[in-house]
Design a protein. Structure first.
Length: 92
């Protein structure tokens, strides 16, 4: 009897249906999470692309406004110079 109790431990190779189902659920959850992450990354890439495009357009608009402001400033200075030249010297 002592020899029977000393028998080495053996691994039971049978897998129950519950363990198999748990493994399948775990694998499907991992796969679903990966797919969801990929979709989120695609959405993020789209948002970043749109943000960069809008920033580029805004930069171009700011440059145009700056150039128009400079142009208006030069025209205003030219008008002021012409008006200053036409004012009689006694009033100056």
């Amino acid at each position: 009897m002592a020899k029977e109790n000393m028998a080495p431990w053996r691994f039971d190779r049978r897998i129950s249906l519950a363990v198999l189902l748990q493994l399948m659920v775990l694998a499907s959850m991992i796969l679903a999470s990966w797919v969801n992450l990929q979709r989120q990354l695609d959405l993020l890439q789209h948002d970043v692309t749109m943000l960069l495009t809008n920033q580029k357009e805004s930069q171009q608009k700011l440059e145009r406004l700056s150039n128009q402001g400079l142009s208006c400033e030069y025209r205003l200075q030219a008008v002021e110079r012409r008006l200053g030249d036409t004012v009689p010297t006694t009033i100056r």
